[in-house]
Design a protein around this ligand. Structure first.
Ligand SMILES: [Ca+2]
Ligand SMILES: [Ca+2]
Length: 127
């Protein structure tokens, strides 16, 4: 009986370890320099990567309406939140608001929609 309980405990530990390993292997590790906001043309940080340390009011054609995954690797502190907008000049509605450290491998609403982005001071990208 004692042996059976020990086996159960061992099996439980293995299952927990397997579950905990999943998030790290669920998507490719994004490659985005510290201080930058990055966007990729494909989901799971695939395809072509674009990176910006500042604002861009009008994305170039290779990423405009092609963005499918995103990472905000901004430096926590002032102006470290990134709002992505559906049209040039921060208009047309915000598709995403990323906090520093956010990695989004795919988002159906924001997919292939972005045309500009801006760095904000506040977590809700209002200012
Ligand atoms: Ca795309
Ligand atoms: Ca758009």
């Amino acid at each position: 009986m004692r042996k059976t309980l020990a086996s159960f405990a061992a099996a439980g530990s293995l299952a927990l370890a397997a579950v905990m390993a999943l998030p790290g292997s669920a998507h490719a590790a994004p490659d985005c320099n510290y201080g930058d906001f990055c966007a990729w043309t494909d989901a799971n940080f695939g395809g072509q990567r674009f990176n910006w340390s500042g604002n861009d009011h009008w994305w170039e054609s290779n990423i405009a309406d092609e963005d499918s995954s995103w990472e905000n690797n901004g430096i926590p502190g002032s102006y470290s939140f990134v709002g992505v907008w559906a049209s040039a000049g921060e208009s047309g509605g915000m598709t995403l608001c990323l906090a520093p450290g956010d990695e989004i491998s795919y988002d159906a609403w924001a997919n292939d929609s972005g045309d500009s982005h801006f760095w904000y001071r506040y977590f809700d990208c209002t200012d």
